[in-house]
Ligand binder design. Structure first.
Ligand SMILES: [Zn+2]
Length: 239
């Protein structure tokens, strides 16, 4: 079984060069000989806006509000939306009989979190709900599998620290009326000493600061990463 834990909103020309369209998904499943796929997208007006703005995306055929169970023989896999965090529509896969959770990008281990579509204010409470599952083990979005409750807690704490440090710095910059470029260097001052060794840290930082900057200014839905938006961000950072 393959499950797509969340979607990102953009064409990603300058980023990961991944395709989330239907053909991409079909190819991935064929290559890996996977028969069943579950895709969750938040079912609201935002999705309509995203579907309209990104060629190739199609509407989901099954939706759910909070959770659904998929049975692999006798084994239940519970797919749950625990709240907004890394995106508006993150889901985790919880395997109750093994007490194992696949967190998607809600948690990264020794890797930066990509926050270009994030909800920084909601993310910590969503992590609280993830912790409350009491997992024996966790497979994070990036980094090594966390094989014990202590390792799982460490991964969650690390993610919390990354987000809090970033959003704290950018929030202070916004409150002081600083520019995006100033917010970027303020974020770097506090983030670099702790996180510069993390995978994809440099790659994510401009997008992370840009989204944090927007959210601190009260923009609730992440702005869609079109090619123009991408160019505007780089111009503001270099200007
Ligand atoms: Zn992601």
């Amino acid at each position: 079984m393959i499950f797509d834990s969340h979607m990102h909103v953009g064409s990603f020309e300058s980023m990961f060069r991944v395709s989330l369209d239907r053909d991409g998904m079909v190819d991935l499943m064929r290559e890996n000989e996977i028969e069943n796929g579950v895709v969750f997208h938040p079912d609201n007006a935002y999705v309509a806006q995203v579907v309209e703005s990104i060629p190739g995306l199609t509407w989901p055929s099954i939706t759910f509000a909070q959770r659904m169970s998929v049975w692999l023989g006798q084994r239940e896999v519970r797919i749950m939306h625990l709240g907004r965090a890394h995106t508006a529509g993150d889901v985790v896969a919880w395997v109750p009989d093994a007490r194992v959770v696949f967190s998607g990008d809600l948690v990264e281990y020794r890797s930066a979190c990509y926050c270009g579509d994030a909800h920084f204010t909601d993310w910590p409470a969503t992590l609280d709900r993830l912790s409350a599952l009491g997992a024996q083990a966790m497979v994070p979005g990036r980094g090594a599998a966390l094989g014990t409750p202590a390792k799982t807690a460490e991964g969650i704490a690390m993610t919390r620290d990354f987000l809090g440090t970033l959003y704290g710095a950018v929030g202070r910059s916004v409150a002081a009326g600083h520019s995006l470029k100033q917010a970027f260097s303020a974020a770097r001052t506090v983030m670099d000493p702790k996180f510069s060794s993390f995978a994809i840290y440099e790659h994510c930082l401009p997008f992370n600061v840009a989204r944090a900057f927007d959210e601190a200014k009260g923009i609730d839905h992440p702005v869609i990463w079109t090619a123009e938006r991408d160019r505007e961000m780089w111009a503001a950072l270099q200007g």
